[in-house]
Write a protein that binds this ligand. Structure first.
Ligand SMILES: Nc1ncnc2c1ncn2[C@@H]1O[C@H](COP(=O)(O)OP(=O)(O)OP(=O)(O)O)[C@@H](O)[C@H]1O
Ligand SMILES: [Mg+2]
Length: 334
């Protein structure tokens, strides 16, 4: 079996540029995935998801692609590699181009969730100029770029409590990230993230992870912001921010798991996904977003939700990677 990993690899950049590459994978992660795949395959190739990827993939014609490519820009960037693979007829892990495109766009995701009756915070989008509150939303609100991940553009001060702050943050998102700002009602309850492996009837929810906000520095807002993910939390000084399995009662566990599964199906996700869910002040869960290309940092001290949930389910990093391949092979019938 010949397998290729499609990915975008983080370059060494000065700290002020780190945010630009937050979604991309570091060399250590790619190497760990390669080692995991080599336990079961004879040949593993690394293909960078750039403009040369189509020709490289056509030259290699692997039996399977392990797709981790976050893409190089634009709101369809995650769809690029799966679209090429479909044209070339190469089987790959994970979701198809349409699902990746939809899930990258938080507004489109929320519209689809709403069509299926899945709760998600109320919101509106500002394309260029703020023209007043829409949809009867009330403060506090959270302002985020409409199509980013890894908390890019979600800073500690993205949680706003006045119109003055709201207008400033909206224009910061539009000017800095060159895309519309999504304004959402802020849910102040418990937050969970749910890792799912499988398809159709052969699907499982891994132990739920809770984000424990009592661990973030005093004075910081209780959101999993860019600072919380990448600045307060460093491998050399990790934040003990996850509880896994989350200490929740059976009823909430069932509601959160079912909501994650319903969202997975509603968006047409395949093989694996991590779904972020937060409760409102009355304890009712809502879906924030889906991550069909979940981050997988291999080192346990680097807080990474999917590998954490997998470890709690008894899967090592390498077993997780190979399980995803097995799930995709089964789906493709190979
Ligand atoms: N409506 C909301 N109410 C409360 N908290 C929110 C809301 N939206 C976002 N947050 C907080 O901000 C964090 C990041 O938001 P979100 O998951 O939308 O961004 P992301 O960049 O796509 O994240 P990821 O790293 O999972 O890709 C959430 O984990 C949550 O803590
Ligand atoms: Mg998220």
């Amino acid at each position: 079996m010949k397998i290729a990993i499609t990915c975008n690899i983080k370059a060494e950049v000065p700290p002020h540029l780190e945010e630009c590459y937050a979604e991309w994978d570091d060399q250590e992660t790619i190497e760990s995935v390669r080692e995991a795949l080599l336990e079961r395959c004879q040949e593993v190739f690394i293909v960078e998801a750039d403009q040369h990827a189509p020709a490289r993939l056509q030259g290699l014609m692997p039996n399977m692609v392990f797709n981790m490519a976050e893409g190089m820009g634009g709101d369809s960037r995650e769809s690029f590699i799966p679209a090429i693979l479909e044209v070339l007829g190469i089987p790959y892990t994970g979701s198809p181009p349409l699902t990746l495109g939809l899930c990258l766009n938080k507004l489109r995701t929320k519209q689809i969730l709403s069509c299926y009756g899945i709760p998600t915070p109320r919101c509106f989008v500002v394309e260029s100029e703020y023209r007043g509150m829409e949809g009867g939303l009330e403060f506090p609100l959270i302002v985020k770029p409409v199509h980013e991940g890894s908390s890019k553009g979600i800073r500690d001060d993205s949680l706003v409590r006045s119109e003055e702050e709201l207008v400033e943050r909206i224009h910061r998102v539009i000017d800095t990230y060159g895309q519309p700002a999504l304004v959402e009602e802020y849910l102040d309850g418990r937050e969970f993230t749910v890792a799912i492996l499988g398809n159709a009837d052969d699907i499982r929810v891994l132990p739920i992870v809770e984000i424990d906000y009592s661990t973030i520095p005093e004075g910081a807002n209780p959101i999993y912001s860019y600072e919380a993910k990448w600045i307060f939390d460093r491998p050399e000084d990790p934040l003990d921010i996850f509880r896994c399995p989350a200490p929740i009662d059976k009823e909430l566990e069932r509601a959160v798991s079912n909501m994650a599964l319903d969202s997975f199906r509603a968006l047409g996700v395949r093989d694996w996904c991590r779904i972020d869910i937060r409760c409102d002040s009355r304890g009712r869960p809502h879906v924030l977003e889906l991550n069909p290309l979940p981050g997988i940092l291999p080192a346990p001290q680097c807080n990474s939700c999917f590998p954490k949930a997998a470890r709690a389910a008894g899967l090592t990093f390498s077993e997780l990677v190979n399980t995803v391949v097995d799930i995709a092979r089964k789906r493709h019938g190979i």
